[in-house]
Design a protein around this ligand. Structure first.
Ligand SMILES: Cc1cc2nc3c(=O)[nH]c(=O)nc-3n(C[C@H](O)[C@H](O)[C@H](O)COP(=O)(O)OP(=O)(O)OC[C@H]3O[C@@H](n4cnc5c(N)ncnc54)[C@H](O)[C@@H]3O)c2cc1C
Length: 343
């Protein structure tokens, strides 16, 4: 069966793209390997600039006008009259975005694992029935995350990626915290991102700098020192691709983590996925579409990637960056948006 657009992956990037292409009159099919939309290893933090512009306000669980930042030598609290970051429930975000994409006319097939791509022909297996299907399309969009099959089919390796680990701990956590402890997390950090009745407590680092097993051990050590019983809970980890090599390859496009558009510095990837999905969707329908916001995103991605590469060279440089940024925030020389992707 042939469609104008086939999108592989029903994450925030794929669903944002599907809403646009279907809304602009193109027949759109989304293929998603999971049976349920939205479940994803994630801390669920969305910067306020990104949230207001792109996500319905009612899906946010908690909103924070204060950010507590700790380094080895300093601590500071950044405040703002409007929330700086909100946390969202990824399943709820996924459901809302899927609803909007379907209302615009997109078809979403769940439990459909794409197994091979030959040009614009896509082979997939239905998880439930075990049957194989073949689809063709005019435009193919890879929205299939950090281990993207579409990207691999284009022969584009992922060299620069971060690794993120999170534990979802039940309880009421009042404050949002960032811990730039370079002795434990090198050029990464650990976090406490409170949700409604729980918090994501986790850590992120450039995967070239530290192995996931070491990051997990250091996170648990740090958790013990703060009184968080992380070892009693189940950890979940995934890669976050920030190795951007392009978004258009003939009639095939890459968006979100598949394109490597997440921030190498912080691991922020929801906003880049939604924005790149929307712009690529519009571009497929109209090649004259304004690409300024996509280029802004790409520039931020490259800047963050450069910063993480430099600070990843050794712990002195990592400490220098962490202390300088924190000092800048403390003295109000820097705004928190300096580390966001939504600017
Ligand atoms: C521990 C951790 C914490 C994070 N915290 C944050 C945070 O607080 N804020 C933030 O902004 N970002 C965060 N991120 C990053 C964020 O989760 C991703 O950047 C974001 O989800 C990318 O969206 P996407 O649509 O590009 O890809 P994804 O959300 O990964 O969606 C890809 C979809 O494609 C599907 N898929 C993959 N392969 C196939 C296939 N072969 N066939 C069919 N379907 C397929 C997958 O099942 C998935 O549903 C975090 C990541 C990690 C690992």
């Amino acid at each position: 069966m042939s469609h104008d657009v086939i999108i592989i992956g029903a994450g925030p990037g794929g669903l944002a793209c599907a809403r646009k292409t279907a809304g602009l009159g193109l027949t759109t099919l989304v293929l998603e390997r999971k049976e349920k939309i939205g479940k994803k290893v994630c801390a669920g933090g969305i910067t306020w600039n990104g949230l207001i512009k792109n996500v319905p306000e009612d899906i946010s669980e908690r909103q924070f006008c204060r950010q507590h930042i700790f380094t080895r030598f300093q601590r500071t609290c950044v405040t703002s009259p409007t929330p700086i970051i909100a946390t969202v429930n990824r399943e709820k975000l996924g459901r809302e975005m899927a609803q909007k994409a379907m209302e615009a006319g997109a078809e979403i097939r769940l439990g459909c694992q794409v197994t091979a791509i030959h040009g614009q022909t896509i082979h997939c297996t239905s998880e439930r029935s075990g049957t194989d299907h073949r689809y063709t399309c005019t435009w193919l969009v890879g929205a299939d995350g950090s281990s993207s099959l579409v990207r691999r089919s284009l022969g584009l390796p992922v060299v620069a990626a971060g690794v993120g680990i999170t534990y979802q701990i039940p309880g009421n956590f009042p404050e949002m915290e960032w811990h730039l402890n370079t002795a434990l997390f090198a050029n990464g950090y650990s976090w406490v991102f409170p949700h409604r009745d729980s918090a994501s407590i986790g850590a992120y680092v450039d995967a070239r700098r530290m192995k996931a097993s070491q990051l997990k051990a250091n996170l648990c050590r740090w958790g013990d020192s703060r009184g968080y019983p992380l070892k009693q809970h189940r950890a979940a980890a995934e890669l976050i691709n920030f190795d951007f090599r392009g978004w258009r390859f003939g009639n095939t496009f890459l968006i979100g983590d598949a394109a490597g558009l997440a921030s190498g510095l912080t691991g922020e990837g929801i906003f880049p996925a939604i924005v790149s999905g929307e712009i690529v969707g519009r571009y497929i329908a109209d090649s004259e579409t304004d690409l300024a916001d996509l280029h802004k995103l790409i520039n931020n991605n490259k800047l963050h990637a450069r910063m993480v590469s430099i600070s990843g060279k050794n712990n002195i440089l990592a400490t220098l960056l962490a202390e300088t940024v924190t000092f800048g925030l403390k003295k109000k020389l820097l705004d928190f948006s300096a580390v966001e992707m939504a600017v």
